[in-house]
Write a protein that binds this ligand. Structure first.
Ligand SMILES: [Zn+2]
Length: 308
C-alpha cells in the first residue's frame, strides 16, 4: 500500500464557504421544515475540535475517539433574543449533504484526489484513484464526513469493497507498513500454463499484534489475494510475446538471460514509479525471474508455446 502525504488544508479553510450559501431544508414533520444552515454553522467548532482529535489519536495510534456518541450530531441554536433555544439532531443524511456539497463545489475535493501517487489508488496500487473513500465511514461517523485526513483518494472498486466497514485497516496517511513483507508469491507451471498464487506471510497470519491485524484486514477487505493473482496473470500475458521474441532470437541460455534482464528492467520501472515491495507487480515479477532462472529449456519452450 502506498503511503500518502496528508492533505495540506483543514476544515477551517473551507467550512464557511461551504455552509454559508446552503439553502437546504430539513423536514421535522409533515408541516415543519427548517434551514439547516444555522445549525451547521453552529457545529463549526465541533468539526474543528473533532478534526484535531482525529489527527492526534491517529498519530498516537489510539482509536478511543471512535465512540458511539459520534454517530449523531446535536446542534443547538439560540433565537435572536437569546431567550429560547432550539435543538435539532442532524443525522448522517444531513451531514452527507454537506459532503455532497464539498464534492461538488470545493477545489479541496480535487486536491484530495491529487494526493494519490501518480493518480493511483493507494489501497490496490493499480487502479486510478478517481473517488474518495471515507476512512471512517461517513454514515457511521458523520462528524468526519469532511475531515480532510479522513478522505482517501481511492479507486471505485476499493471504495466499494471497503464500504461501511470500519475495521482496523491500514490508513494511508498515518501507517507505513512497507517494511513488513505481507505476501509470498508462488508460481507453478501446470499443463504448460502459469499458475500464480499469493499467500499471506505465515508470521503475519500467526501474529495478533496491531500491525499484523491491520495487514490481514487490509488484504481481506480489498480482496488483494485474488485480485493480485488475476492481475499478475494479466501482466504475464502482457509481456509474453516480448519474452518469446527475446527467447527465440538468441540461443536458449542467452535467451533466458535476456528475458530475465527484461523482467528486472520492469521491476526497476515499477520501483521508480513508487510501487511498494508489497505491490503485486514487484512481488510477481521478482518471483517470475526466480522461476524462469530455474526452468528447464523444455519447460520454457512449452510455456512460450515454441514449436520446432
Ligand atoms: Zn484500489
Amino acid at each position: 500500500m502506498n503511503v500518502l502525504t496528508k492533505p495540506k488544508f483543514n476544515i477551517q479553510s473551507f467550512y464557511d464557504g461551504l455552509v454559508t450559501p446552503m439553502k437546504k431544508m430539513k423536514n421535522l414533520d409533515e408541516n415543519n421544515a427548517i434551514l439547516i444552515k444555522p445549525y451547521l454553522l453552529n457545529l463549526y467548532s465541533k468539526f474543528i475540535s473533532e478534526e484535531n482529535n482525529y489527527d492526534s489519536c491517529l498519530v498516537e495510534d489510539t482509536h478511543d475517539f471512535l465512540c458511539d456518541d459520534k454517530e449523531f450530531v446535536t446542534s443547538k441554536i439560540n433565537d435572536i433574543t437569546g431567550e429560547t433555544e432550539s435543538t435539532i439532531i442532524l443525522d448522517a443524511n444531513d451531514i452527507s449533504y454537506l459532503y455532497n456539497r464539498f464534492q461538488k463545489v470545493n477545489k479541496e475535493y480535487k486536491s484530495i484526489l491529487s494526493l494519490a501517487m501518480i493518480g493511483r489508488c493507494p489501497y490496490c496500487e493499480k487502479k486510478d484513484a478517481d473517488e474518495i473513500d471515507h476512512f471512517f465511514p461517513k454514515k457511521k461517523y458523520p462528524i468526519y464526513s469532511i475531515t480532510p485526513n479522513n478522505l482517501i483518494p481511492s479507486c471505485h472498486r476499493c471504495n466499494q469493497y471497503k464500504g461501511e466497514k470500519s475495521l482496523q485497516v491500514i490508513h494511508p496517511y498515518y501507517h507505513d507498513y512497507n517494511k513488513i513483507d505481507w505476501f509470498k508469491c508462488y508460481i507453478e507451471i501446470r499443463d504448460n500454463t502459469l499458475v500464480v498464487t499469493f499467500e499471506v506471510n505465515p508470521f503475519i497470519l500467526q501474529s495478533n499484534n496491531i500491525e499484523s491485524i491491520r495487514i490481514k484486514n487490509t488484504i481481506k477487505i480489498f480482496h488483494l489475494k485474488s485480485r493480485y493473482q488475476d492481475w499478475s496473470t494479466l501482466l504475464f500475458y502482457k509481456y509474453i510475446n516480448t519474452w518469446t521474441n527475446y527467447y527465440c532470437s538468441l540461443n536458449n541460455v542467452d535467451g533466458k538471460g535476456r528475458v530475465i534482464q527484461h523482467i528486472e528492467e520492469k521491476i526497476k520501472e515499477y520501483q521508480l514509479s513508487n510501487h511498494t515491495k508489497n505491490s503485486y507487480q514487484i512481488l510477481f515479477l521478482k518471483e517470475l525471474a526466480n522461476t524462469f532462472d530455474d526452468l528447464s529449456t523444455n519447460d520454457m519452450e512449452q510455456l512460450f508455446k515454441i514449436t520446432h
